[in-house]
Design a protein around this ligand. Structure first.
Ligand code: NCD
Length: 430
């Protein structure tokens, strides 16, 4: 059943069709399509007729012939080769992706979902060891990479902070990386300097994943953000093409928005409203890149103006730890994304996102907790999707993505179908 949902979701993604448009193309009622897309354990879920499945497969085949012309029968190079950096299986920047390779990755993410959601287990990475090196604060990125690796059957060795690593004794990035490469099969690295993870990657032939290099990039976060947007949009009947994304907060030092705006630029005709206090605006080179893809960018210090009519609101934390003596002005309580404002200027189907952590201390003016029971708040759907996305990245970089589906067994323990006490608000939406 989850295969049926994955198949239909992937088809809509490839054909770039909303649920309405897809059901019209298939000649079925929208309501029927919705029931085929419901989770298998939902009482309203239905199997799609075999004829529909064959028809969808035919449309996909026809479409790929039309777009690729004569090359359609040529085998695609493996995904790992198409996204490699300098010939190596690494993930340093979202620039390694184009729209096709992203959508191929999302197909692998869909396959991982039953394992990420603890219904199934797989051991495709049995015996493999992940080295996790975090030289900056982290909860979700470090733990979710570790959890994703364990759920594929591997084990994790990690070190956190400079104090407890030999870098405190003056060891270079080159030596650290080379030494670790003899111990583990893949490295996930977070480091406060931009470009530092690429330096780790140059010193090794094992896969390296950038888990955040200072204000540079955070590719896995942006990939899970985009995956979440696509999944939410699929339920809401929207497409990423033509959408309006509002980004709020520290756009200068926030690496998650740097990676996300690059990825979103791969789509067509987007409108970005960028809302940042003076001195924390999006770097000029990224504005140029986005504009060169033909997207519309509006910059404003007014939250009310920037959020009006947005399909996605992506709020971020002020990255005080990266300030080089700047004083931020204008980051007042009027800057806080809170329920009253969202109700006043956003739509019933706007989605509210944040990479987390949100700063809950007085005066922080981060995404407000008064939105916690609002179904538009997608922050925990983002964190949950992070497991499946990181599993997919490991599987692709280590070349086991095709073994996963046939390796799955039922999980031997019981876990709640909804892991959070407020998750029921979203039950059946997906
Ligand atoms: C972000 C980061 O570290 O860049 N967190 C994360 O990984 N989800 C955002 C932040 O720290 O504000």
């Amino acid at each position: 059943m989850s295969q049926q949902q994955d198949f239909l979701r992937d088809a809509m993604r490839r054909l770039n069709l909303t649920r309405d448009a897809f059901s019209a193309r298939l000649g079925v009622r929208r309501r029927a399509l919705d029931t085929w897309l419901l989770p298998a354990d939902s009482s309203e879920s239905r199997s799609m007729p075999e004829m529909v499945e064959r028809f969808v497969a035919e449309i996909l085949q026809h479409e790929s012939r039309n777009t690729d012309g004569a090359a359609s029968n040529a085998p695609q190079r493996p995904l790992v080769q198409r996204i490699s950096a300098e010939g190596k299986p690494q993930l340093l920047s979202v620039s390694q992706f184009d729209r096709d390779s992203l959508e191929d990755l999302f197909r692998v993410v869909d396959v991982m979902q039953p394992v990420a959601r603890r219904q199934k287990v797989t051991r495709v990475l049995e015996g493999a060891v992940l080295g996790s090196l975090f030289f900056e604060a982290s909860t979700r990125t470090r733990v979710s990479f570790g959890s994703a690796f364990c759920r594929l059957g591997g084990s994790v060795c990690d070190t956190t902070g400079f104090t407890f690593s030999s870098m405190a004794k003056g060891e270079s990035i080159y030596d650290t990386s080379r030494v670790m490469s003899g111990y583990v099969d893949v490295l996930v690295v977070r480091h406060p300097e931009q470009g530092s993870v690429a330096e780790f990657a140059r010193a090794t032939n094992i896969p390296v994943i950038n888990a955040g290099d200072g204000p540079g990039e955070h590719p896995s976060q942006a990939i899970l953000d985009l995956y979440t947007i696509q999944r939410e949009f699929s339920r809401l009947g929207k497409l990423v093409d033509g959408t309006h994304v509002a980004m709020v907060g520290d756009l200068k030092y926030g690496r998650t928005v740097h990676s996300l705006i690059k990825l979103l630029s791969l789509y067509r005709n987007l409108k970005f409203t960028l809302i940042a206090p003076a001195s924390l605006e999006m770097p000029a080179h990224l504005l140029e890149l986005v504009a060169s893809h033909g997207h519309v960018i509006e910059q404003t210090p007014s939250l009310e103006d920037g959020l009006r009519g947005a399909d996605v609101v992506y709020a971020t934390r002020i990255q005080k730890e990266r300030f080089a003596g700047e004083e931020i002005e204008g980051y007042t309580p009027e800057f806080q994304v809170r329920k009253a404002l969202v109700d006043a200027v956003c739509k019933p189907d706007t989605i509210l996102m944040h990479p987390l952590p949100r700063d809950g201390r007085p005066g922080a003016n981060d995404l407000s907790v008064d939105l916690n029971h609002d179904p538009r708040l997608a922050i925990f759907r983002q964190t949950d999707n992070g497991i499946a996305v990181r599993m997919a990245l490991f599987a692709v970089l280590l070349g086991v993505e095709h073994q996963v589906a046939r390796s799955m067994r039922d999980a031997g323990w019981r876990s709640p179908s909804l892991v959070g006490p407020d998750d029921a608000v979203f039950d059946g939406l997906d």
